[in-house]
Design a protein. Structure first.
Length: 233
């Protein structure tokens, strides 16, 4: 089954910062490299945080808010104010760092971003070493595939390889990333599995299930019997 992994879409090599870097150094690296966030690493290269454009803008916003009385009363604003008071990355960065495995799928990475409300994820290899960073737009690129490409993958990966079915008997139509499966399958239990497999194909936005289980007419007549047993005469 063809599945797009984070390693296929991540940005690499990744630019990093150390915790002692200044606000200005962080801003220069973000702007100079046209990225939205940078991993912060310790002396061993382990990821200890992430500093983003939002983190840097928090400092600017809180300084402006401080000029208006009463705006720093909430606990949330007090935490933001403490963060804004720092001029070092160690005080500005978001901790702990939310990371993702290079072997995770783009769908898993997207779910992680949604659940943790982050826009960037440092990428770690199976040994835990930093190998890249992935942003939301990187994940979106995996869905920018033509309907023809998507259909070819669904036919090969789902119909031929997964179902081991004749492509002439299982219909596959794709429109704007939406896959429609139609036709008859011998095993009813394979229908939801086929739909799930189609959803995992890169670029698939949704799947319309028009599959049905094939009726075995050979046994219909011979197996039929009166609901209360044979008639007695």
């Amino acid at each position: 089954m063809t599945t797009t992994k984070v390693r296929d879409v991540m940005s690499t090599p990744v630019i990093t910062l150390d915790a002692d870097a200044t606000y200005k150094q962080a801003a220069e690296l973000l702007l100079g490299n046209k990225v939205g966030a940078l991993p912060v690493v310790d002396a061993r290269g382990d990821v200890i945080g992430v500093v983003s454009e939002s983190d840097l803008l928090t400092k600017v916003a809180i300084v402006a808010d401080a000029l208006e009385p009463g705006l720093l009363a909430s606990r949330r604003r007090k935490r933001a104010a403490a963060k804004a008071a720092s001029d070092r990355v160690s005080g500005l960065m978001s901790v702990p760092a939310c990371t993702v495995s290079s072997e995770a799928t783009v769908v898993e990475a997207a779910q992680l971003m949604r659940d943790r409300e982050v826009k960037h994820l440092p990428v770690l290899d199976p040994d835990g070493a930093l190998v890249g960073i992935v942003a939301r737009n990187d994940l979106l690129h995996s869905f920018l595939r033509s309907d023809r490409q998507i259909r070819a993958d669904v036919v090969h990966d789902v119909v031929e390889s997964f179902l081991v079915a004749d492509p002439n008997e299982v219909g596959v139509a794709v429109s704007d990333g939406v896959v429609t499966l139609s036709g008859e399958l011998d095993n009813p239990a394979s229908i939801p599995l086929a739909v799930q497999a189609a959803r995992s194909v890169p670029g698939v936005v949704d799947v319309v299930d028009n599959l049905v289980a094939r009726r075995d007419d050979r046994n219909t007549a011979s197996d039929a019997s009166p609901p209360f047993g044979p008639l007695r005469t």
